[in-house]
Design a protein around this ligand. Structure first.
Ligand code: NAD
Ligand code: GLY
Length: 358
């Protein structure tokens, strides 16, 4: 078992990463003096697979445990579902000295985290992420929230967990499309921060495709370490944290235009990272060889690299609603070679996209 500390002063917390560590959640929570009365928020899919071992460990550590099941799916990451969570907490007399535990992927983690941030103005919470995407990205860093009919994650709060508990064995039951979607975010970390890690991913691609436990534990650990480091330097996304959004501006446009759920988040990020790399190459920020390496690695895992066929006008109009737009000006995270990235205002982006989308 490996441990990473996200160093945020009084909001610091440990991330445990290991194999078959779900049963040690009780002792992990004792280490951070987590409350004795807790509710697990999960969905039927993940609950069926992993809830019993979590409940057993929590009960063995002297905790009183409730389970709140919400429906599975991004379409349920809403204020309505949140209200159902509050209803149960109120009905079961949860007070400020109780805690919430998110057991599931990014949808559960974001929603349970926001419930914890807002119930009684904030109660402690813990993340037990069970998808690759949530293990390397959404469970770390404290972004929580729900969707609004007008857009994804429009309602939310920065609220850090007390502990993140990552068991890579949980990834064995993940459907392939969900798994490779998470790999896109893993590859993102190599592109934005660590060329050595990118090379390691190239060298270990077969093991990763086979979900080798050792390879996965290493890839998750380096990803979390990079994310922790970025978040420690910029918790509320006023500066460097924006690089975590490589490929996301174009990726969100792909998700929106295709219709939510048709193209998965990681698949859209894969397409977006290739677009970003191609724009970078045009601006001489990276070489054609860098672009090829990125495309080759994503393609190896069967991730899509070609944008769906929408017009430049459609893409640009959705991209204008990106959270990085400032004073009406669209800015993109672009890679500098492999291993570094920065936010750029791109002149004549319409022409550039026009040429790339042909
Ligand atoms: P998800 O939570 O919808 O999980 C995908 C599917 O896998 C679901 O059907 C789920 O029930 C199932 N599942 C989860 N774990 C499983 C397991 N071990 N075995 C079998 N099935 C399992 O999707 P996701 O990709 O984990 O998360 C996407 C969400 O994360 C989006 O809402 C996105 O906005 C959010 N997100 C948040 C952040 C952040 O920083 N907070 C970052 C990235 C993404
Ligand atoms: N997923 C981007 C971030 O946490 O900032």
């Amino acid at each position: 078992m490996k441990q990473i500390i996200v160093g945020l002063g009084e909001r610091s917390y440990p991330i445990w990463i290991g194999e078959r560590i779900l049963a040690s959640i009780g002792s992990a929570l004792n280490d951070v003096a987590f409350p004795k009365k807790v509710a697990i928020v999960t969905n039927p899919t993940v609950g069926e697979l992993y809830c019993d071992q979590i409940v057993d460990s929590l009960v063995a550590s002297g905790r009183q445990v409730s389970v709140i099941r919400v429906p599975d799916g991004e379409e349920y990451k809403t204020i309505d579902t949140l209200e159902n969570i509050y209803d149960v907490l109120i009905e079961r007399k949860f007070d400020r000295y109780c805690g919430l535990i998110a057991l599931g992927g990014g949808v559960i983690g974001d929603m349970a985290g926001f419930a914890a941030a807002t119930f009684l103005r904030g109660i402690p919470f813990v993340q037990i992420p069970t998808t690759l995407l949530s293990q390397v990205d959404s469970s770390v860093g404290g972004k929580t929230g729900v969707n609004h009919p007008q857009g994804k994650n429009l309602i939310g709060a920065f609220y850090q967990p007390k502990h993140v508990h990552i068991d890579v064995m949980a990834l064995e039951t993940l459907p392939k499309r969900e798994y490779v979607s998470g790999l896109a975010e893993v590859i993102k970390y190599g592109i934005i921060r660590d060329v050595e890690f990118f090379r390691w991913l190239e060298d270990h691609r077969e093991l990763l495709a086979d979900r080798s436990t050792d390879a996965l534990a290493y890839a998750v650990m380096i990803s979390c370490q990079i994310k922790a480091n970025v978040v420690e330097n910029d918790e509320k996304e006023q500066g460097v944290r924006v690089i975590l959004n490589l490929g996301h501006t174009f990726g969100h446009a792909v998700e929106t235009l295709a219709g939510y759920g048709v193209i998965k988040h990681g698949e859209a990020v894969s397409i977006g990272m290739v677009m970003a790399a191609q724009v970078s190459a045009r601006l001489n920020l990276c070489s054609a060889e860098d672009v090829k390496r990125i495309i080759d690695l994503l393609t190896y895992f069967d991730l899509p690299v070609t944008p769906p066929d929408f017009s430049v006008t459609d893409y640009l109009s959705v991209m204008q609603r990106d959270k990085k737009v400032k004073d009406g000006v669209l800015r993109l995270v672009l890679n500098h070679g492999i291993g570094s990235a920065e936010l750029h205002q791109v002149e004549s982006l319409d022409e550039c996209l026009g040429e790339l989308l042909i």
